[in-house]
Design a protein around this ligand. Structure first.
Ligand SMILES: [Fe+2]
Ligand SMILES: [Fe+2]
Length: 277
């Protein structure tokens, strides 16, 4: 699987920022809050992978090409989610300040942890996004009835996360090719840390953002969102087995072959091509 950088633009209607999801504003806020993490998170991923590429650790020509495409894709995701987050800030939540806080934390991680653990954190979070992407693509009702621009940006991001899900992982395998046990220890520790850090930021941000726009005491909205996340379609419940597979010692992202989702990617790319817009 060779990823392709696609320069797309989604022109999200900013007046629909809180109403774009059919399950209501509590669910729109959930997706919007996830978006806050992408631009700075993806810069962190690019830095981690690029470091080892520049060190000459990646020798295989195809993997080098995949790394270039990975960097290109993540840069495009960062740019489009930056626009998404700016519109979210305009809708009355402090998404810009939350982004800053995530940035400060990730810079702290870059100062404290060795490069090998930064790459470990990258593959952990790449697995996390690939898992979320799989569930999103495999469960069409998750975005059924959503505003088409918002649906398109989430589908595009999910498709490209699927396309490049093994790139950082393959770089990690190169780094640890003669130290498999240490590589496994790195994976377990960094997945644990990434999970704890991510959710302990994500849910407080999410609840705060709902509160800022007047939804804190709207219990029906919370119930709908909780049902959506954990029961039906149960986005997070569906993610759990895929997430746990990561702890298998011989795990590789393409053990779970879901490339059939990519059949629709070029049609979507054509529709939202930035140059054609
Ligand atoms: Fe991405
Ligand atoms: Fe990614």
């Amino acid at each position: 699987m060779m990823p392709i950088r696609r320069d797309l633009s989604f022109e999200l209607p900013s007046d629909k920022m809180l109403s774009w999801h059919p399950a209501g504003p509590h669910m729109a806020h959930f997706y919007n809050t996830l978006s806050i993490f992408f631009p700075v998170g993806e810069r962190f991923f690019i830095d981690s992978v690029r470091h080892y590429r520049d060190q000459g650790m990646v020798k295989d020509e195809r993997l080098l090409q995949a790394v270039r495409a990975f960097i290109g894709q993540e840069a495009m995701h960062g740019r489009e989610h930056e626009a998404y987050n700016a519109a979210y800030t305009e809708a009355g939540v402090p998404a810009d300040r939350m982004e800053k806080l995530v940035d400060i934390i990730l810079r702290g991680v870059q100062r404290i942890f060795p490069r090998s653990y930064q790459l470990g954190g990258t593959i952990a979070l790449e697995h996390f996004t690939a898992t979320l992407a799989h569930v999103l693509l495999d469960t069409p009702e998750m975005l059924d009835g959503a505003d088409p621009h918002f649906e398109a940006i989430w589908r595009w991001h999910a498709l490209e996360e699927t396309e490049h899900k093994a790139v950082a992982y393959d770089v990690f395998r190169e780094v640890y090719k003669d130290k498999k046990l240490r590589g496994y220890a790195n994976r377990v520790v960094t997945m644990f840390l990434a999970t704890v850090i991510f959710w302990s930021l994500c849910y407080p941000f999410y609840i705060y953002n709902v509160a800022r726009t007047g939804g804190l005491f709207k219990l029906k909205g919370w119930w709908t969102a909780a049902r959506y996340q954990f029961l039906k379609p149960g986005a997070l419940r569906r993610m759990l087995p895929l997430y746990l597979d990561y702890f298998r010692p011989g795990f590789h992202p393409w053990d779970h072959d879901n490339r059939h989702f990519l059949e629709g990617v070029e049609a979507l790319a054509e529709q939202y091509n930035r140059k054609a817009a």
